[in-house]
Design a protein around this ligand. Structure first.
Ligand SMILES: [Zn+2]
Ligand SMILES: [Zn+2]
Length: 165
């Protein structure tokens, strides 16, 4: 059992950031049935549950179970049980797979992408099928307004929804 865990912290306050915590750490992806509202393309802080745009993988000096217990307790309160912690640990292990410390990422439709990854991006997310030349959160840095017109638009998601959504 490793006593180091790779997990996501907030990387910057750029684009959208509502979290003011001094040590912000991502919790579970906040995506619900309304991904256009931001829950489908923002990360959320486990401690205050507020959203931010850019995350970064970092090492924590504790086991995944220990960190998962801290984050699950922060998110859901002291009533978390071993099953909640195991689920959180499983989610974290799945989400961190293939990433390294220092990788800067954004989430789109329940998938993480490195901000320096070259497009185009074509994939099925949890809700929709996406074909993107660039990551909209990254593009927003130099072309403000483009994020609202793509991932922030309800039509964008409805037009691309997977069968069953
Ligand atoms: Zn939403
Ligand atoms: Zn926070």
């Amino acid at each position: 059992m490793s006593d180091r865990t790779l997990w996501l912290v907030k990387d910057s306050d750029k684009v959208i950031n509502w979290c003011k915590c001094s040590e912000p750490v991502a919790g579970r992806f906040p995506q619900a049935g309304c991904p256009w509202c931001g829950c489908g393309w923002l990360l959320s802080c486990a401690f205050c549950r507020k959203c931010f745009t850019f995350g970064r993988f970092d090492w924590f000096d504790e086991s995944v179970e220990s960190l998962a217990r801290r984050l699950a307790t922060a998110e859901w309160g002291p009533q978390v049980d071993d099953e909640d912690v195991a689920e959180m640990a499983e989610f974290m292990t799945w989400a961190a797979e293939g990433f390294a410390a220092g990788d800067r990422v954004v989430v789109i439709d329940y998938q993480l992408f490195r901000v320096d990854e070259e497009g185009p991006f074509e994939f099925d997310g949890a809700y929709a099928h996406h074909t993107l030349d660039a990551l909209p959160q990254v593009r927003e840095l130099t072309e403000p307004g483009t994020l609202d017109a793509s991932l922030g638009s309800k039509e964008y998601w409805l037009e691309r929804a997977l069968p069953g959504e």
